[in-house]
Write a protein that binds this ligand. Structure first.
Ligand code: PMP
Ligand code: GLU
Length: 398
């Protein structure tokens, strides 16, 4: 058998995707599993976006390769969105459209990281950040945070983590998996630190921008001293219920965009042409469905926080955005089910799947081994049933 490469061997399988797969396998066997594992809206893509895609297909104009970094009219639409929503001035030369925000992130890491470079990642983090960094043979420097601090890093922690080898800081706000949202003041305190270390660049993952219960989205790129050192990553998956369409993008200084364009030209080429065209309608057309999704998620967040309160020994922050709860369930570690020990979050997530028939993701892959992530992008009915099952399953542990 062909041995896999050292590059691949450095990387773990995506914990979110692995759990979703296990859940699908169990469902295929006829088990009624409620999946709260994969982070994707359970809504359909809004109709006007689908119509735009249908028209694009019928026009015959989207049958060929697109430019590698995306069509010019889409890049212009992204610039318009960045001005409208974020008061950021970018030109098409600053934009690269990719096959999901996941590829936008990989493009930056692969284009700029060398062995030995350090990337600061506040924990908990989205599972793919460290794995993509490891793919580049670079080093992750984690900043631990606690549920009591709403899983937020402080400026002091950030400063302590910076070394001459630091190349990037990467974080998501609103955060996957914690739902935490950094305020303007908090981001400003990071900016004050970063101004002292001009070699550090920021990858600001803003994919949950539109699922924010706290107020207006703040991008670190809005701070003038940071604009030329920030790569804003965003995409259509979450706010527009377009996970399967695979459209992500970055806005960055032109030389960074050019490097990612070069890399993408050797790996995937331009992303799906029809999806690119429909994204113009998504970004510039009616935004009401996106707001309706946000309100629905907020209602579900409150429902789920209430359901969690009914389960003993659960510690949870109040997420201000995204669609996850990330409770600390470590009080259940060290207990047994029918003589089988539940040692950690990985065991507990498997136990909840097999015994409770609820799929959720262990916090281990997110850098928080005491927690489990539940996505509440599911119907209220399913959420009520799922947390009833979780409560019952946990009550069986002794
Ligand atoms: N960043 C975060 C924080 C995410 O949760 C996700 C989830 N998919 C992504 C990036 C990647 O998004 P996409 O589906 O556009 O690749
Ligand atoms: N980002 C989503 C999640 O965290 C989708 C799965 C993935 O791409 O990892 O579950």
């Amino acid at each position: 058998m062909l041995p896999t490469s050292d590059t691949l061997n450095r990387v773990s399988e995506s914990a979110t995707i692995k759990m979703a797969q296990l859940s699908r396998e169990l469902s295929a066997k006829g088990v009624n599993v409620i999946s709260l594992s994969l982070g994707e809206p359970d809504f359909n893509t809004p109709k006007h976006i689908k119509e735009a895609a249908k028209q694009a297909i019928d026009s015959g104009k989207y049958d060929s390769y697109s430019p590698i970094a995306g069509y010019l009219d889409l890049k212009q639409a992204i610039c318009e969105k960045l001005k409208r929503d974020n008061n950021l001035d970018y030109k098409p030369e600053n934009i690269v459209v990719s096959t999901g925000a996941k590829q936008s992130l990989a493009n930056v890491f692969i284009s700029f990281l060398n062995e030995g470079d350090e990337v600061i990642i506040p924990a908990p983090f989205w599972v793919s950040y460290p794995e993509q960094v490891k793919l580049c043979n670079a080093t992750c420097v984690y900043i631990p945070t606690t549920v009591d601090a709403d899983f937020k890093m402080t400026a002091e922690q950030l400063e302590k983590a910076i070394t001459p080898k630091t190349k990037f800081l990467v974080y998501s706000s609103p955060s996957n998996p914690t739902g935490s949202v950094y305020s303007r003041e908090e981001i400003e305190s990071f900016v004050k630190v970063l101004e002292k270390y001009p070699q550090v660049h920021v990858i600001s993952d803003e994919i949950y921008e539109h699922i924010n219960y706290k107020g207006k989205h703040i991008s670190i790129a809005e701070f003038p001293s940071m604009k030329d050192r920030t790569i804003v990553v965003n995409g259509q998956a979450k706010g527009y219920a377009m996970t399967g369409w695979r459209i992500g993008y970055m806005a960055a200084p032109a030389y960074i965009a050019k490097a990612c364009d070069k890399l993408q030209g050797q790996i995937t080429s331009g992303t799906n042409s029809v999806a690119q065209h429909a994204t113009i309608t998504a970004l510039l057309g009616d935004q009401a469905p996106t707001e309706a999704f946000r309100l629905a998620f907020l209602k579900r967040r409150d429902l789920v926080l209430g359901l969690l309160k009914e389960i003993p020994n659960v510690k949870c922050n109040v997420p201000d955005g995204a669609f996850y709860v990330f409770p600390d369930l470590s009080a259940y570690f060290g207990k047994d089910f029918n003589g089988e020990p539940i040692k950690d979050a990985d065991d507990l997530a498997l136990y909840l799947l097999h015994e409770g028939h609820v799929a959720a993701v262990s916090g281990t892959g997110f850098g928080a081994p005491e927690c489990i992530r539940f996505s509440y992008a599911a119907s209220e009915e399913n959420l009520i049933e799922a947390f009833k099952r979780v409560k019952n399953a946990l009550a069986k542990l002794v």
